[in-house]
Design a binder for this molecule. Structure first.
Ligand SMILES: NC(=O)c1ccc[n+]([C@@H]2O[C@H](COP(=O)([O-])OP(=O)(O)OC[C@H]3O[C@@H](n4cnc5c(N)ncnc54)[C@H](O)[C@@H]3O)[C@@H](O)[C@H]2O)c1
Length: 266
């Protein structure tokens, strides 16, 4: 298991929300952290804030997590990477009207960026006999995301890719953690709440009705617990595990329940 007190970590999508919280908790444990984000200005602010309490252990590289050159730059900045948090994500595209561009962006950021990071790191980790890949998927990847087919589908794919990595390399030194939170109090949730799109509003209502939105730091704690304990799933909302089990046990019944839930929110 990776020792977070001396680890070299990379976190994507870390200018805010869960990514920034992961970086903070990693620094508090003693790790060195490279943070990345598409939004260069907010990334710089986050890095400066984190540097106050942990001088010299955080660096930042702005760029697109779905660009292989950016992934290479993150890895180069970290030196030897012990743990990579594929956390950047987008929640774009609502209903069947979701555009091709929104589908493409969702695949790129929510799935392809994970593949690029694994491609860059797994061969070296297998040689070393250790390395840890942490995917921020979502409860939407185990259950579904009402209102957003793009988010629901690509987060299922993120879970699928993490499972594939674990099944293929998990017995050869690669640790894989798949984080599946429900609502988290971040800009992403706030953006949906203030949208005037009916499907976006439905999506956000479903998230906040299904369970109590957690703070990003609470989510980061559960994720890092899973890393340290060697568990595949990090479920900050434990009820997600129960819902997932119920879905597997009787999927027809679960879908009927989701239809009733959707109607109650419309
Ligand atoms: N907030 C929730 O309710 C919730 C629930 C489950 C899962 N998640 C997942 O958690 C992860 C983090 O989201 P968050 O809730 O902290 O939201 P957030 O909006 O605070 O953070 C997402 C960050 O990703 C960055 N980003 C977007 N596209 C990028 C790209 N192509 N390359 C690099 N960075 C990019 C954004 O600039 C932003 O800073 C996402 O993968 C999201 O899907 C969020």
């Amino acid at each position: 298991m990776v020792d977070l007190s001396s680890a070299s970590a990379v976190v994507t999508g870390a200018a805010s929300g869960i990514g920034e919280a992961l970086a903070q908790r990693l620094l508090e444990k003693g790790a060195s952290v490279v943070i990345g984000d598409l939004d260069a200005a907010r990334l710089e602010t986050a890095a400066a804030r984190l540097d106050i309490d942990h001088p010299g252990r955080v660096s930042h590289v702005a760029g697109d997590a779905a660009d292989p050159d950016h992934v290479a730059a993150l890895v180069a900045a970290a030196g030897e990477v012990d743990v990579f948090f594929a956390n950047a994500g987008v929640f774009k595209g609502f209903g069947l009207d979701a555009t091709d561009a929104e589908w493409a962006l969702s695949w790129d950021v929510n799935v392809r960026s994970h593949v690029l990071a694994a491609r860059a790191l797994v061969p070296g980790w297998l040689e070393r006999g250790e390395g840890c890949f942490v995917s921020t998927a979502s409860a939407a990847g185990l259950l579904t995301q009402l209102g957003s087919p793009t988010y629901s589908t690509t987060k299922h794919a993120a879970v699928g890719f993490a499972e594939w990595l674990a099944a293929t390399y998990g017995d050869r030194g690669l640790q894989v953690v798949c984080a599946c939170p429900m609502g988290v109090q971040t800009d992403m949730l706030a953006a949906g709440t203030s949208s005037d799109d009916a499907d976006a509003t439905l999506g956000m209502k479903s998230v906040v009705t299904a369970g109590e939105p957690l703070t990003p730091l609470a989510v980061a704690d559960t994720v890092l617990d899973a890393v340290e304990a060697g568990r595949f799933f990090a479920l900050p909302h434990p009820e997600v595990g129960m819902m997932y089990a119920r879905k597997a046990a009787d999927t027809d019944h679960w879908i009927t329940g989701m239809q009733r839930f959707r109607t109650s929110l419309e």
